[in-house]
Write a protein that binds this ligand. Structure first.
Ligand code: ADP
Length: 511
């Protein structure tokens, strides 16, 4: 057993496994069983400061390497992710409670992000831009911004960190990463991979801990960019702190109150399949999960009957079992929030259609009695702009069915009545309805005849309205971690200006 395998597990700062200054620790828990998975040192703001110093010191040397050389290091990270997919996928499932195919997919998505970032290094970069002056060459260049702070959530504990870090590193930034407090073992395993791949000391640093450590990253002026994925509440606080501070910036990806519109021209099998996937996959704990199903009156009764049947029967169970559709939720706080919102829906007049919120004891797998188990909660409610239950994100299998009458414009009006704007889907066989939705649904990610989940790294990912700002994720993170320079070089010995501006220097003697 090597040094870093011993518990409590340590932070990784400046090429060393470190304990931090306080000696305080916390535990990672398996949400399916309640068992402790490991003990970890908990970072204080002073530990974060040390990690930022390491990243700051390592920046000059890392940025001086060629793109391609940096990408070669990331290719070795890619192979680590590929070689250890099953092992890390199981760790994802044990720490987050996501079923095992999702655990593995999380690692595969991370590998895809590294593949994209490292592959991109060998592609042409920037634009050559014509100048009015024949002797001038003008083109766009990108520079790394410096130390990038990555603050990530538990629900994609490997993929999201790589959305942030892969491009940030290839572009020449150095990184201080704080994994979510629920998934530190994933953070630890990723650190091992970075070391085995030979990422230079100080270029990649991990501090394990809670919101106070995240906040210390945000408050450190040497961190030029904060990439954050998590709750709207925390994201907006970060934005308030960094918004308008010269030289510092944040890119934020937050939650949603995502909806699916099912029109009178929907294919019913596609509608049901998409609605079940969007509502219950990951036990409703994706930032793109759907909590609102907006269904046309002509197909409402048929859809409702079949959706209710499916919601009554989706398999909740041990996430390590290949036949499970829904695992537990991540922690006690999430169980409580779910029940509170179910109660709120009832108070606001919901007609409850499926109530598996408290699972029967025989639905809970043996040996898993201490896990955080809930099941689908489905209700119908008349749309009303004042209802909280159809406007606030629950982050669980809490699903509202709303009937609408009229045309697609009405469905989109109901759909857009939320402060969020992350993901949405339309189910219809009518291309005019689909195109209207595409053009007017206020979201960053929209799908036609598909679930509203299913990101791929080569597509941009991000929300509008309260759901996001900047691009902390997937392809467009490049905008967040670089600064562009419009560079112009004169090939002549004479200086000539655009727009007919005189370049003559006149002196008082010329007058
Ligand atoms: P979730 O509800 O998905 O857990 P959070 O926004 O609470 O989302 O957490 C996402 C990440 O933000 C986690 O790594 C968490 O520790 C971190 N975090 C929580 N509070 C703060 C804060 N005040 N400043 C910076 N990071 C924070």
């Amino acid at each position: 057993m090597s040094d870093h395998d011993q518990q409590p597990y340590r932070h990784y700062v400046d090429g060393e496994w470190t304990t931090g200054e306080s000696g305080e620790t916390f535990e990672s828990e398996n949400p399916a069983t309640g068992e402790t998975l490991g003990e970890f040192y908990r970072a204080t703001p002073a530990d974060v400061e040390e990690a930022v110093t390491a990243a700051d010191d390592a920046f000059e040397e890392w940025r001086a390497m060629s793109y391609i050389d940096r990408a070669e290091v990331l290719w070795d990270v890619y192979h680590e992710l590929r070689d250890r997919t099953d092992e890390l996928g199981e760790i994802v499932t044990k720490e987050s409670g996501k079923e095992i195919s999702e655990g593995r997919a999380d690692v595969v998505e991370a590998a895809h992000m590294v593949e994209w970032a490292a592959g991109n290094a060998r592609h042409p970069h920037g634009d050559v831009v014509p100048s009015e002056i024949a002797e001038k060459d003008a083109y766009m260049r990108r520079k790394p911004r410096g130390v990038v702070g990555c603050i990530t959530p538990w629900n994609f504990p490997v993929a999201i960190p790589f959305w942030h870090m892969a491009v940030a590193l290839v572009e020449g930034n150095t990184v201080v990463w704080k994994p979510a407090e629920q998934t530190p073992w994933c953070g630890h395993t990723v650190s091992e991979m970075m070391i085995d791949a030979g990422v230079p000391d100080g270029v990649f640093n991990v501090v394990q801990g809670f919101g106070d450590a995240g906040n210390a990253i945000v408050e450190d002026e040497r961190v030029s960019t904060v990439l954050f994925t998590g709750s709207a509440e925390v994201g907006h606080k970060i934005d308030e702190k960094l918004g308008g501070v010269p030289g510092r910036d944040a890119a934020l990806e937050m939650g949603g109150k995502n909806g699916i519109v099912i029109t009178e021209n929907a294919d019913m099998d596609i509608a049901l399949h998409s609605a079940v996937m969007s509502s219950f996959k990951t036990t409703g704990q994706r930032c793109v999960s759907s909590e609102r199903l907006i269904v046309h009156e002509a197909v409402y009764d048929e859809f409702k009957a079949e959706f209710v049947d499916l919601a009554e029967s989706v398999a909740v169970g041990d996430p390590l079992d290949e036949d499970t559709f829904m695992g537990p939720v991540v922690d006690e706080g999430q169980v409580e929030k779910f029940h509170q919102y179910n109660d709120l829906a009832r108070e606001e007049g919901a007609e409850v259609l499926v109530d598996r919120a408290e699972l029967d004891p025989d639905e809970i797998p043996d040996g898993h009695e201490d896990g955080y188990w809930i099941g689908p909660f489905v209700y119908e409610i008349d749309y009303d702009p004042d209802l909280r239950c159809i406007h606030e994100e629950v982050f669980g299998p809490h699903v509202a069915l709303m009937e609408y009458s009229g045309d697609i414009e009405r469905a989109v009006e109901i759909h857009n009545d939320t402060d969020y704007g992350l993901a949405a889907a339309i189910i219809s066989e009518d291309y005019r309805q689909i195109n209207y939705f595409r053009d007017y649904a206020e979201v960053g990610l929209a799908y036609g005849n598909l679930p509203c989940i299913g990101a791929e790294v080569q597509l941009p990912f991000g929300g509008v309205k309260k759901s996001g700002k900047g691009s902390p994720s997937a392809r467009e993170v490049i905008e967040a971690v670089t600064e562009r320079t419009a560079w112009t070089l004169n090939n002549s010995k004479d200086i000539e200006m655009a727009q007919g501006l005189s370049a003559d220097i006149t002196t008082s003697d010329d007058r």
